[in-house]
Design a protein around this ligand. Structure first.
Ligand code: PAF
Length: 279
């Protein structure tokens, strides 16, 4: 496994491998890797000859400067974990390497970028678009792997791939959970012991909600979820929406013929957690 910090070095290495006919998969991450990331690396390794994992805490996607400051950075541990998990290249550039000048590009992802996280975290998806397109340009992978915890992010990236005509398959991978049900996230390490102990309540409520569809309307279930999560004094729901899985339009009636996903953002103290569940 090679750790590379320069775009030009990675591009040349990958170009040479592609000339030999090798397929290349990319797993973009912001580091502080956990088993959720490992599952992406495994899926990538299974379906590609070469696995590239990027580790870069992207400043342009943080709408909250405090969140950027406290985001965990554990590169040495990440590299050791990737070495054990059949990664071929770790790309760990500096901020100057990825943004030698200010990226002034503004993306329009349409409706999928304008709801839920798009409303609550202004500029977040624009920053995601900026960095993911830069990574795609450097690596030019055949496939790229993203976790479904960031369900809306996948819709946004698919939209970008269509708009910019990237010939890259976007591969969504299932959420990986702790034994108590909490969705794995790099931010979980920032939770206080009390908030960590109470955070699994989020998934428990979502699971219960999926069993209420024959008793309650969509609006009633939405209200119920917010109330149930907020009954826990360590948690405060920011939003809960039930949307279809492609256009992210709000569901009005259970009888609609689409896949329905319940998406939630919850504050556990100062730490913001997101999760989702298929209804
Ligand atoms: O999901 C993440 O970790 C980030 O948003 C991504 C895709 C690596 C871009 O910085």
């Amino acid at each position: 496994m090679k750790v590379i910090t320069k775009k030009s070095e990675l591009s040349s290495a990958i170009e040479a491998l592609k000339k030999e006919g090798k397929t290349v998969g990319l797993v973009p991450t912001m580091g502080a890797l956990h088993d959720g990331h490992v599952s992406l690396v495994k899926a990538c390794h299974q379906n590609n000859d070469i696995t590239v994992v990027s580790v870069f805490v992207n400043p342009t996607q943080f709408n909250d400067k405090e969140d950027l400051k406290r985001y965990p950075r554990t590169l040495d541990k990440d590299v050791a974990l990737l070495e054990k998990n059949k990664c071929d290249y770790v790309f760990a550039p500096s901020v100057e390497e990825m943004y030698p000048e200010k990226d002034t590009r503004v993306f329009d992802f349409g409706h999928v970028g304008e709801v839920m996280e798009g409303v609550r975290r202004p500029g977040h998806f624009n920053g995601v678009g900026q960095i993911v397109s830069k990574l795609f340009d450097v690596v030019k992978p055949h496939r790229a792997y993203f976790g479904m915890k960031d369900f809306q992010q996948i819709a946004v990236i698919k939209n970008m791939v269509r708009q910019l005509r990237y010939d890259i398959e976007i591969v969504p991978c299932p959420i990986v959970r702790e034994a108590d049900g909490l969705a794995m996230s790099s931010r979980n390490t920032l939770l206080s012991p009390e908030h960590r102990a109470n955070a699994p309540h989020i998934h428990k409520v979502l699971e219960q909600a999926t069993r209420l569809t024959d008793k309650m309307s969509v609006e009633e279930v939405k209200k119920w979820v917010v109330e149930e999560i907020n009954k826990n004094p360590y948690l405060e729901t920011e939003y809960f929406e039930i949307v279809d899985d492609t256009e992210l339009q709000s569901i009005r009636d259970w009888s609609e013929d689409n896949v329905k996903v319940g998406c939630v953002a919850v504050y556990a103290g100062p730490i913001r957690l997101i999760d989702n569940i298929i209804f």
